[in-house]
Ligand binder design. Structure first.
Ligand code: C2E
Ligand code: MG
Ligand code: MG
Length: 561
């Protein structure tokens, strides 16, 4: 075989190898290049790759030398490619000193090989860069795409049963950020995630969703190790690694069941997000394991969201009224409107659907619906000459961002020509400053319009004295958990606090209502402490409208004393 034939043979093999869609066999490529270099009397071939022009200037790049016969060189031929300044490739071949100059033919062939090499390397690098840009974030953490890809790969082989999946966020990270500064904080996060990655086992992955939020997949037999890190692990930082901070995480973990059939990435994510939300909601600790009950609840919640608009349209939601009784006169002085949902002949209580509706603005639709029904009932009572008392309606905190809330309320109330003093709006306390301002704006506005306002559930959660000092409420509704149950013991902390809260409220001109009054003893406590109004099962449960109307007609509770 003559030289030319051999040249074409290697060239062909090289081309085939380089365009192959499968993994390129670098060894074969190098072997061909070595043969071609020898044939074309190239003493050394160098391919370099830089990821920017400045890297090229500084000589910081990846360099490949497939062939070098060690001769002294006297001439070099370089070709260069530059893709928008981000992908810079160079291919240089050297001529051995004292050797015959390259012929025209050889120069053409050398040029062809050089171009092929650049093409090949650029394509390979481009693939790596695309992978980096699409599957990793700027800080170098793998992202949700790589996580999805990993889960799907293992899932499609139905091997997820060997794994656990988790959604986590690092605790107090913004505080650490403030205290240690951004750079240190980034290093600390990297180190902590590295520890977690190390704990995941073969095939595991830790990917960043954004900020300090991550998702993980790890081998079941590594669960203890991972949980230990999530509970808290010391991370060193500083020049000499002399600083130390304890990092822990909140997490929702799914131990993937042995019979889990993988069909959909979303399903897996839903389960870990549910568990994670439960860990955030408090009460169940920082690390929550997903279970079947949670899934059922989630499905139930989805069902509620779906059927709620239809329920509103079909008037499936009924308004019940729970009387508020004057402790001294034993007569009804008001009532609270509470929702009840009749779904397929079954009564659904608010705790089953209100929290779901509160996840979106659907709760506002419900509240306006209830207000509308209340106004409709009051209008009818007024028209029929029946006794009428002030009715309170619960408004979710979700309304606070509605700048036109007052107009919305008044438009419904005025549409039925209801005297404003017959309507009371119950709002619960807030947790943030922003909400506090909104609350103040809304209560003040309603007050000016002559609508009554009350603080609901006072005494639990985040009650602050500011809430009653700064906001002009009419009524304070003391939560039933705050109510003393044992009236005899004057030393009881509950008694002391209850007595002083009632006294304070009254001196500030607020009406005090005790919620959840269940026993005669409690009524006595109210009377002794000057709390005028009671709402609770002792007198009545929330009643359907017709029954409530009957109670209003009788309007006394003789058997209760
Ligand atoms: P809430 O506003 O604090 O209403 C009082 C709750 O205490 C009612 O529960 C009532 O039935 C219950 N209750 C009254 N007396 C007693 C008692 O003596 N003992 C006990 N154990 N409980 C008593 P309900 O009707 O289940 O409502 C629960 C919560 O759901 C309400 O608490 C309120 O926050 C919310 N809610 C109900 N309807 C609506 C609505 O239309 N809109 C909004 N935003 N929330 C609503
Ligand atoms: Mg209420
Ligand atoms: Mg309440």
């Amino acid at each position: 075989m003559d030289q030319s034939e051999r040249y074409y043979q290697y060239l062909e093999r090289l081309t085939r190898e380089m365009v192959s869609p499968e993994q390129i066999r670098v060894e074969t490529v190098y072997e061909d290049l070595r043969e071609l270099c020898k044939m074309l009397r190239v003493s050394k071939g160098v391919t370099a790759f830089y990821s920017s022009l400045s890297h090229e200037r500084r000589g910081q790049g990846d360099v490949y030398i497939p062939y070098d016969n060690g001769s002294e060189t006297d001439k070099a031929l370089t070709i260069r490619s530059d893709l928008e300044g981000v992908l810079v490739g160079q291919c240089t071949v050297y001529h051995a000193k004292g050797d015959e100059p390259w012929t025209e033919d050889e120069l053409i062939r050398i040029d062809t090989i050089q171009r092929m090499m650049l093409n090949f390397v650029s394509r390979d690098r481009m693939k790596m860069m695309i992978r980096k840009a699409t599957l990793y974030d700027d800080a170098g953490f793998s992202n949700i795409r790589l996580f999805t890809h990993t889960v799907e790969k293992i899932g499609n082989e139905q091997c997820l049963k060997y794994f656990c999946a988790a959604r986590i966020d690092l605790k107090h990270f913004s505080l650490i950020n403030q205290q240690l500064g951004r750079d240190v904080c980034n290093k600390v996060m990297k180190e902590y995630i590295r520890q977690l990655e190390e704990a995941t086992g073969e095939g595991g992955i830790v990917s960043r969703l954004g900020g300090d939020n991550f998702v993980m997949l790890f081998r079941k037999n590594h669960l203890d190790q991972v949980v230990k890190l999530l509970e808290g692990s010391p991370v060193h930082f500083g020049e000499m690694n002399d600083g130390r901070v304890m990092i822990s995480a909140r997490a929702g973990i799914l131990v993937i069941p042995d019979d889990y059939y993988y069909h959909d990435f979303g399903d897996l994510m839903d389960r870990i997000i549910n568990a994670y939300n439960a860990s955030k909601g408090g009460g169940r600790g920082d690390i929550v394991f997903s279970n079947e009950k949670m899934l059922e609840q989630k499905e139930q919640a989805m069902r509620i969201k779906q059927i709620f608009p239809v329920a509103l349209q079909n008037d499936e939601i009924l308004v019940f009224y729970q009387p508020k009784i004057s402790v001294s006169t034993k007569s009804i002085v008001g009532a609270e409107a509470l929702s009840r949902w009749y779904n397929n002949g079954k009564l659904v209580m608010p705790n089953a659907f209100i929290p779901v509706l509160e996840q979106s603005m659907d709760i506002c639709k419900l509240d306006f619906y209830v207000l509308d029904h209340v106004c409709r009932d009051i209008r009818r009572w007024l028209d029929e000459g029946k006794p009428v008392v002030r009715i309170s309606v619960n408004l979710s905190r979700r309304h606070l961002i509605d700048l036109d809330l007052q107009d919305h309320i008044l438009s419904i109330v005025d549409n039925y020509r209801i005297p404003h003093h017959l309507i009371e709006i119950e709002l619960t306390e807030t947790t943030s400053d922003v909400e506090f301002k909104d609350l103040k704006r809304i209560v003040t506005g309603l007050q000016e319009a002559g609508i009554y306002t009350s603080v609901d559930d006072f005494g639990v959660g985040y009650s602050s004295l500011n809430l009653i000092r700064e906001i002009p409420w009419n009524i304070l509704k003391v939560d039933r958990n705050f109510l003393p149950s044992n009236g005899d013991n004057a030393q009881d902390r509950f008694n002391v606090m209850f007595r002083h809260v009632v006294k304070m409220a009254k001196e500030m001109g607020l009406i005090c209502v005790a919620e959840g009054v269940e026993t005669r003893e409690q009524v006595e406590i109210l009377r002794k402490n000057g709390c005028d109004i009671a709402q609770g099962f002792y007198y009545d449960k929330p009643l359907p409208v017709r029954e409530f109307e009957k109670r209003l007609e009788q309007n006394t509770y003789p058997d209760k004393d």
